[in-house]
Ligand binder design. Structure first.
Ligand code: ATP
Length: 372
């Protein structure tokens, strides 16, 4: 019983310097991760970043090259997969086609007393809202229902941690959205630790308490969805979680939590917790929905700086919002999403506009990083 952030016993799942090399290729590079008990944790990243390999090491299906895996203070790095209090739900549900739903869910319990099996299966089918489907075969269910059977089958063994590898990947968008809410409900109800792998940022943000963003085998940033979105620390995170305008600036003087910067001749101020020295180049990031747009000379009401000289180069009306591309005097196109309030007519291609945003909505990133 040490402090949760100390190196002593930790009740949850803890990865330390976990590494996996396939011949000369490092798929997972010295990952450190603490997943608190009972949390919904998402490993988010693009294809090939090492999410599945990390999950498979936790499950024991892949042997780490180095590093350790601990669960509830116990080192399980070399524990056989079936001896780990961990269960996995894969994208391919791997249900037994010749067994009905009840028997699929009961499968892992068949060595127990039948009255107990009946009770537990009934309970699980209720949890995933499939009580009335118990005597059907998997092929008679929809994709979403089959996924819930796979979930019930994994949960019935009462693992400490449930691993989910793109479990909703095979479902269409609408069903995915409803299953996301459903999964979250089930996780809250059973109170288990879920580690969910996905490349879908919206899915991770909808469901997870904590997201670890992975890129090329490392964790770029970890935190609550809103913190990652509002304060990305790398250009990769800024672009992977939603969209960002990244504008080159020259750092000027520093005052308390803000620095002033020169943005292609426009003075701006940006919050910063880090040391950016006077004269350094940096990226100023601002989300498209945080940018206000007005006609040239309209004097926008935002208590920010006005950036003049924009020309509309593209307009997309998408119902809830209108998405503009605005070409700035320094040649860069910025994205601006304006919520559709029906307040006024849209700007059109070629219109002259000015932009503005509140200084606290912008963020600063190191210039050494790529802006893909
Ligand atoms: P996806 O979403 O596409 O599954 P991922 O983030 O889960 O991607 P991994 O499956 O963990 O990625 O793979 C990470 C990298 O390791 C990839 O470049 C992959 O080609 C490589 N890799 C995975 N398994 C092996 C293996 N058995 N042998 C060699 N390379 C592998």
């Amino acid at each position: 019983a040490t402090a949760p952030d100390g190196e002593g016993a930790f009740a949850g799942l803890r990865l330390r310097q976990l590494t996996k090399e396939f011949a000369a290729f490092t798929a997972v590079r010295a990952i450190d991760l603490d997943v608190p008990t009972g949390s919904f944790f998402a490993l988010l990243g693009p294809s090939g970043c090492g999410k599945t390999t990390t999950l498979r090491m936790i499950a024991g299906l892949e042997t780490p090259t180095s590093g350790s895996i601990e669960l509830a203070g116990e080192d399980i790095t070399w524990t056989k997969p079936y001896r780990r209090p961990v269960n996995t739900v894969f994208q391919s549900y791997a249900l037994f086609p010749h067994l009905d739903i009840f028997e699929n869910v009961a499968f892992g319990l068949r060595r127990r007393k039948s009255s107990e099996v009946d009770r537990k299966v009934t309970e699980m089918l209720e949890l995933v809202e499939l009580s009335n489907q118990a005597r059907k075969r998997p092929a008679q269910l929809s994709g979403g229902q089959q996924q819930r059977v796979a979930l019930a089958r994994a949960l019935i063994n009462e693992p400490q941690v449930l691993l989910l590898d793109e479990p909703l990947g095979a479902l269409d968008l609408k069903l995915r959205r409803s299953m996301q809410i459903e999964l979250k409900r089930i996780q809250t109800e059973v109170g288990l630790t879920f580690v969910h792998v996905t490349h879908d940022q919206e899915e991770a943000m909808t469901m997870a308490d904590t997201i670890a963003v992975m890129n090329a085998g490392v964790i770029e940033q970890m935190g609550a969805p809103a913190d990652l979105y509002e304060s990305p620390q790398t250009t990769f995170v800024a672009n992977f979680l939603g969209q960002s305008n990244l504008i080159e600036v020259n750092i000027g003087s520093r005052a308390a939590d803000f620095v002033t910067a020169d943005m292609h001749g426009v003075p701006v101020s940006v919050p910063t917790a880090r040391t950016h020295a006077d004269g350094d180049k940096a990226w100023l990031g601002v989300r498209p929905e945080k940018v206000l747009i007005g006609a040239e000379g309209e004097a926008l009401e935002a208590p920010g700086h006005t950036v003049p000289g924009g020309v509309i180069s593209d307009v997309s009306f998408v119902g809830v919002s209108t998405q503009y591309l605005v070409r700035m005097p320094w040649g860069q196109e910025l994205q601006v999403f304006e919520q559709n309030t029906g307040r006024r007519s849209l700007f059109r291609h070629g219109d002259k506009v000015e932009l503005s945003w509140r200084p606290e909505y912008a963020f600063l990133l190191d210039h050494s990083q790529d802006v893909a």
